[in-house]
Each structure stands twice: as structure tokens, then as C-alpha cells.
Design a protein around this ligand. Structure first.
Ligand SMILES: Cc1ncc(C[n+]2csc(CCOP(=O)(O)OP(=O)(O)O)c2C)c(N)n1
Ligand SMILES: [Mg+2]
Length: 663
């Protein structure tokens, strides 16, 4: 066995050993795709294990996240921070080798993968970022995005959505190698996946190379080199592989997919592949051979730094801008216009329109704000007006047309966020957030700062009816940890929500906006919220009590104005406070004192008013009977009729509150 084969076998056995030791995991794909990983990390990719943050590195995505053992093995042998001890702790609590790769750039893990198809879409987002940056800073950014994708990835809809977009956009720096082993968990692809993948991707405008032997280093390398030269199309290299390669009894079978080989089969595999080493043992010559990657990586970054110095000498301002962008730092006064504009009371306005206004204000000071929508640009007010569409011929455009592809948009947005050069937003109707929920959840899990814009909130959207009326979506978004969900009530709250969302470094935000016009709250109460108060998540906007009120009404978004008007009907006989709670998550983070001052423990009646499911409001109301909510799917009628019909007009809210406090 030559040294290259030996390195590949080392990757196979390190992966087998991790899974055996953990008594869980997926050995099959690592055994089949080890040669591909070797070629990428050893021969192809520009990267620096000593500095995984090297700005101009090629990005690598293991979209088949279940093959994590392979990623940890190849990062270990390439000289990243993974030690043998870390590999031995595979899948253990607190280890850096969790069941599926979790984003940590310092370790060389670019994105969190495991939910199949997400990594595929993330790479498309990264290729968009690379194109934008290399267009603008061609001396500093010029690299590829590589990924290993599997049968599962290509069966998932999100990969079709994002592949079609990548082809349309001609993202030539994107190169995926398909670990085509014909097997997934249930068995052969014949069961459910018989299309011609090559033809499918060709029709997406991809450059496709088929029939590559996935164990043949030279074939893989040649295919990648050819793909690197095809700069007008993304590339798919279909590598024929064998799941569980080398295992006499499991190779080529689904039984290799997701359970340890076990001692006996591991020994048979050792004999079969001529591997004379013990568990977790790495031969010296393998270590030495793979160590070249470190030297190569250091030299590579040194050269880049020299080029960057030269660039800096000639273009100091541009260089500083570049660094600021890559570090995601904002100019000091970036929010000046937003804060200036919250001071003015405004005519009634739909918060989706306020959001469009915010985007264009922010875009004046944040050049790296980009975004778009899933074919609802006008309705979601997501156009950056002084910019073009991002396209093959206009790579400087800031407006991304994602097409009718919510899930693909979500995965692509996360790739852009993970790349780090741009702040990205994406818009659709709130009801369709379900289509992209997996990506929203992953943004929260992997600490990405994607901004999710959801308009056409609640029954207020009117005639489109129950198919389009989000009833459960708002609360279901609130159930995702590490996601700030904002439901602002007017332009002021909208601008402040945008400001807060952009200030979050490692947390995504969902911004929920109305289709219908809403009055400016400062025209119906004397409340004028400032940015510090807003960022507490909840605050009083109307209060006739000197101290602790008898009644507290908590409302959000489009119901706030009518709730305040309803509260005024109780002025004569009751002490009453209205709280605007645009963001639960922020309120829950406040100290006890703030929370208890706003919602005192001894308050007799705490009533929530929100046009969505009530599930969860008990946390604040403490009673199931004081939740004014909707528990059906809405109806088709003009919005103002529905608001009354479902009990959210001022009169109806007043009646309900009267009833609740009399019980
Ligand atoms: C969205 C999603 N659905 C289901 C799974 C569970 N799952 C993990 S691996 C896998 C099969 C994937 O097949 P393939 O990509 O061919 O992997 P291989 O069996 O070749 O290793 C499935 C269904 C998942 N991880 N993500
Ligand atoms: Mg497979």
C-alpha cells in the first residue's frame, strides 16, 4: 500500500474506531468517502490548520453530517485542534467531537450539518458571498467552496431548490463531490431514488462529471481540477463509492450505514485492507505525510499576508473596509438614521412598509446588508432600492431573488451568515415560515445572525383566508431557543427591532410584520419608547395606576393599539396598565426586578391579547382563562371584519376583559 492509500486507510480506521468506541455513529460513509476527503484536504484545498480562520481559505462542508467521524479524522490528521483523545471522546458530553458537526470555525467546522440538505444549501450561500467579495476585493478573496454531499442530501427538496438557484446564478466556485454509494438507511436507491442525477443537475445549469471512481485519487483530483476551471457553472462530481468499503460482510449494504462495525468485523476489515495497526494508532509515515498540510498552509497564509500588505499600502481605506466587513464590524454611527426616525410620530402604516423603510435607511450606512425574498419582494418590502439584483452579470447587486423556495432561501441565508462578510435578510409570508423552519432552527442552533422577515402576520391579512393566515407560526417560532422573535406594533418599534436584530452577533432574529396599516402608538398613548427600553422586550405603554395596577393587559404587534383603546374604557373604575411585549425572549432575560416591576406578582388580572394561538401565554397570565387568542385557522374576509369576528376590535377586547375580570 502506498503512502496515499495508507493515509486513506488511516482515515477509515480512525472513523471506525471512533464509532466503535462510542458504540454509536456512522462508519459506512466515512469508509466509502475517505479518499475524497483525503484528496480535498491534502491535495486540493487552500487552508491553514494553524489558522482555521484564514480569510481566503477554501471552505469545506460535510453535508453528509452523519459522516462526522470522517471530518474529525481528516481534521486530526491535517493538524487541526483535534487530538486522538478528542476522537476517543466521539459523541460524549462536552467533547469537541459531537454526533454531527457543530459550527466552530476555530476547529475548522464551517457549518452545522446533520439535517440532510442544509449543508448543500449553505455552500450555495457561501458561494454567493465569495462571489460578492472576490468581485469587490479580487486581490484579497479568491477561493472555492467544496462539499461532500450524499444520496440523502440530493433527495431532500432543499438541495433541489438551492441547486437550481446556484445554477441560475452561475456560482462557478462551488464544487460538490457526490458520495454516490447507492445506499441510504432503508436500503438501495432503487427503492425511492431512481432519477438520473447527472441529467437533473445538467438541467440546473451545473457542470457535471460522472463515473468517477471514488477510491481513485487521480480521477478525483483530475475531476476537481477540471471543475475548478469551469468558472461559469457550479460543479457536481459524481463519485461512485462503496458504503462500508473494506468490510467483508457489510460493504455495499445499508447495514454499514449507522451502527458500529464491532470488534469482529473491524478485525476482518483490518485483514481485508492489510491494516496492521491497533485501535486509534496512526502510522508514523502517515503523520509525517499529512503534516505537509501544515507547512503548506502556513506558507499559503504568509503569501496571502504579503499580498494583503501590498494591497494595503496602495489602498489603505479599501483594506480597512475589507477587514471591517470580514470581522462583521459596523461603522460607529450606523444606526443614527434609525434613531433619528423613531422620534417622529407617523401616519398609520403597515409594519411591513416600516420594515422596508428601515432596510433602506440601514443600507445607507451598512454597505454589506444584503437580502431578498422568496418571490415576494414587493409584498414583503424587502427591496434595497439603490441596488441591483445579484446575478451573473451584476455580482455587486445586493438584492437576491431566491425564487419561490423558502427552504432553499433559509439554507442559503445561513451559508451567507456563516461566511461572515454580509448581514443577510430573507422575507416571505409568516405562514410559510413552516416551509423553512429547519433552516431557522439551525441558524439559532449554530449561532448565525440571519434575519428572518415574516410579513402578512395573523388574520389581519384578510381575504387570502385561512391558508395564508398564520395562527400557530408565531408561537412556534417563539419555541425555538436562541431566536429573538419580534412582533412590533408600529414604525417606531419596527425600526428598533431592526436595530436590535443587527446588533446581535450570534443570534438570529425573526421579525414579524403586518400587511395592514397600524396606527402609531404615540398617537393613542403618550408612550414614546427609546431604544434601551425597547431592548428590554416588554414595557408599559399605557398606565392609569399610581402603583400596582389591578389589571394588566399584555399585547403585541397589530393588537396593541386596540388593546390600549380598550384599556381606556376601564379608566373610570379600574387601575389598568397595558404592556407592549414585542419580544418575549428579551423580556425573559431581564432581571427579576424589572420583570416584577412591570408585571407585579400580586396583580389580580393579567390578560394577554394576541391574534394567534394562546399556547404559552400562561407563562405571563398564569391562568388559562385570561388569554385572548385564536384557536382555529382564521377565515377569508376583509381584514377589519376578521379582526372584529375573532374578537380583536376595541369593543370585543373590552367585552372579553370585562368578562374575565368579573369571573
Ligand atoms: C432531514 C433529515 N432527514 C433524515 C435524516 C436521518 N438520516 C441520517 S443519514 C440518512 C440516510 C442518508 O443517506 P445517504 O446520504 O445516502 O448516506 P449513506 O447511507 O450513504 O451514509 C438519513 C435518512 C437526517 N439526518 N436528516
Ligand atoms: Mg448513500
Amino acid at each position: 500500500m502506498n503512502i496515499e492509500e495508507k493515509c486513506i486507510n488511516a482515515l477509515r480506521f480512525l472513523s471506525i474506531d471512533q464509532v466503535n468506541k462510542a458504540s454509536s455513529g456512522h462508519p459506512g460513509a466515512p469508509m466509502g468517502a475517505a479518499a475524497i476527503a483525503y484528496v480535498l484536504f491534502n491535495n486540493i484545498m487552500n487552508h491553514n490548520p494553524n489558522n482555521p480562520n484564514f480569510i481566503n481559505r477554501d471552505r469545506f462542508i460535510l453535508s453528509i453530517g452523519h459522516a462526522s467521524a470522517l471530518l474529525y479524522s481528516v481534521l486530526h490528521l491535517s493538524g487541526y485542534k483535534f487530538s486522538v483523545e478528542d476522537l476517543k471522546n466521539f459523541r460524549q458530553l462536552g467533547s469537541i467531537t459531537p454526533g454531527h458537526p457543530e459550527r466552530d470555525i476555530d476547529l475548522g467546522i464551517e457549518v452545522t450539518t446533520g439535517p440532510l440538505g442544509q449543508g448543500f444549501a449553505n455552500g450555495v450561500g457561501m458561494a454567493i458571498s465569495e462571489k460578492m467579495m472576490s468581485q469587490k476585493y479580487s486581490d484579497l478573496i479568491n477561493h472555492y467552496i467544496y462539499g461532500i454531499v450524499g444520496d440523502g442530501d440530493l433527495q431532500e427538496g432543499i438541495s433541489s431548490e438551492s441547486a437550481s438557484l446556484a445554477g441560475t446564478l452561475g456560482l462557478g466556485k462551488l464544487i460538490y463531490i457526490y458520495d454516490s454509494n447507492g445506499i441510504s438507511i432503508d436500503g438501495s436507491n432503487d427503492l425511492a431514488f431512481t432519477e438520473n442525477v447527472a441529467e437533473r443537475f445538467k438541467s440546473y445549469n451545473w457542470h457535471v462529471i460522472e463515473n468517477i471512481n471514488g477510491n481513485d485519487i487521480n480521477s478525483i483530483q483530475n475531476a476537481i481540477e477540471i471543475s475548478k476551471n469551469e468558472l461559469s457553472k457550479p460543479s457536481l462530481i459524481i463519485a461512485d463509492t462503496t458504503i462500508g468499503f473494506g468490510s467483508p460482510n457489510k460493504a455495499g449494504s445499508e447495514s454499514a450505514h449507522g451502527e458500529p462495525l464491532g470488534e469482529e468485523e473491524t478485525n476482518l476489515t483490518r485483514d481485508n485492507l492489510g491494516w496492521d495497526y491497533k485501535e486509534f494508532e496512526v502510522p508514523e509515515d502517515v503523520v509525517k505525510h499529512m503534516n505537509q498540510i501544515i507547512t503548506k498552509g502556513n506558507n499559503l497564509e504568509k503569501k496571502w499576508k504579503k499580498d494583503a500588505e501590498n494591497f494595503k499600502a496602495e489602498n489603505p481605506d479599501q483594506y480597512n473596509n475589507f477587514l471591517q466587513i470580514m470581522k462583521n464590524e459596523f461603522p460607529e454611527d450606523w444606526d443614527e438614521q434609525l434613531l433619528e426616525n423613531i422620534k417622529n410620530s407617523n401616519e398609520p402604516e403597515a409594519t411591513r412598509a416600516s420594515s422596508g423603510f428601515a432596510i433602506n435607511l440601514i443600507s445607507n450606512s451598512l454597505d454589506n446588508l444584503i437580502g431578498g425574498s422568496a418571490d415576494l419582494t414587493g409584498s414583503t418590502n424587502t427591496l434595497i432600492k439603490n441596488s441591483e439584483n445579484f446575478s451573473k452579470s451584476t455580482p455587486n447587486g445586493k438584492n437576491i431573488k431566491f425564487g419561490v423556495r423558502e427552504h432553499g432561501m433559509g439554507g442559503v441565508m445561513n451559508g451567507i451568515s456563516a461566511y461572515g462578510s454580509h448581514r443577510v435578510f430573507g422575507g416571505t409570508f409568516l405562514v410559510f415560515s413552516d416551509y423553512m423552519r429547519a433552516s431557522i432552527r439551525l441558524s439559532a442552533l449554530s449561532k448565525l445572525n440571519s434575519i428572518w422577515i415574516f410579513t402578512h402576520d395573523s388574520i389581519g391579512l384578510g381575504e387570502d383566508g385561512p391558508t395564508h393566515q398564520p395562527i400557530s407560526q408565531l408561537m412556534s417560532l417563539r419555541s425555538i431557543p436562541n431566536l429573538n422573535v419580534f412582533r412590533p406594533a408600529d414604525r417606531r418599534e419596527t425600526l428598533l427591532a431592526w436595530r436590535h436584530a443587527l446588533n446581535e452577533v450570534d443570534k438570529p432574529s425573526a421579525l414579524i410584520f403586518s400587511r395592514q396599516s397600524l396606527p402609531d402608538i404615540s398617537t393613542i398613548s403618550d408612550s414614546k419608547i427609546d431604544s434601551a427600553t425597547f431592548s428590554k422586550g416588554a414595557f408599559s405603554v399605557y398606565d392609569n395606576s399610581d402603583d400596582d395596577p389591578e389589571i394588566i393587559l399584555i399585547s403585541t404587534g397589530s393588537e396593541l393599539a386596540n388593546t390600549i383603546e380598550a384599556a381606556k374604557n376601564f379608566d373610570k373604575n379600574n387601575s389598568i396598565r397595558v404592556i407592549s411585549m414585542p419580544c418575549w425572549e428579551l423580556f425573559d432575560q431581564q432581571d427579576n426586578k424589572y420583570q416584577k416591576n412591570l408585571i407585579p406578582e400580586n396583580t389580580k388580572h393579567i390578560i394577554s391579547v394576541e391574534a394567534g394561538v394562546g399556547l404559552g401565554w400562561q407563562k405571563y397570565t398564569r391562568s388559562n382563562d385570561s388569554i385572548i387568542s385564536i384557536e382555529t385557522f382564521g377565515a377569508s374576509a376583509p381584514g377589519n371584519k376578521l379582526i372584529d369576528h375573532f374578537g380583536f376590535s376595541t369593543d370585543k377586547i373590552t367585552d372579553r376583559v370585562k368578562k374575565i375580570i368579573s369571573e
